[in-house]
Design a protein around this ligand. Structure first.
Ligand SMILES: [Zn+2]
Length: 125
């Protein structure tokens, strides 16, 4: 992998992180909203629950991004944590914070049942 690829991935992930952090601030505002009538309140409570779940997934994603950015600095980015082979660039394009190569990921998925954001992102890879 050349330096341009690193720089490109670093910038893309920093951008993702900024967007995630920007949206995370919305959590505070969700709690101080007031509502005109009961029906609206029920609907908003459901929306809020959903938003909190999404924020938790985002927090997790933010952690993944920070780990990947740290690896770029360390020079270990793009290396599979399991077999230490290089992760395919195409996979990193789809999933810039991937920790495992496709083979090790498939092995891991046959043991672990996935849920939430992980599944969402792995499917893109
Ligand atoms: Zn591997």
């Amino acid at each position: 992998m050349n330096n341009n690829t690193y720089t490109e991935k670093k910038m893309a992930m920093e951008q993702m992180l900024r967007e995630l952090m920007g949206e995370a601030n919305a959590r505070e505002q969700l709690q101080i909203e007031t509502f005109a009538d009961a029906l609206e309140q029920i609907q908003s409570a459901a929306d809020r629950d959903f938003a909190v779940i999404r924020l938790d997934q985002k927090a997790k994603l933010a952690r993944e991004l920070r780990t990947a950015l740290h690896k770029i600095e360390e020079g270990t980015y793009g290396v599979c944590e399991e077999c230490e082979e290089a992760i395919a660039v195409r996979r990193l394009d789809a999933l810039p914070f991937a920790k495992l190569c496709v083979h090790c990921q498939q092995k891991a998925e046959s043991h672990v049942s996935h849920r939430g954001s992980e599944t969402l992102f792995e499917e893109a890879a």
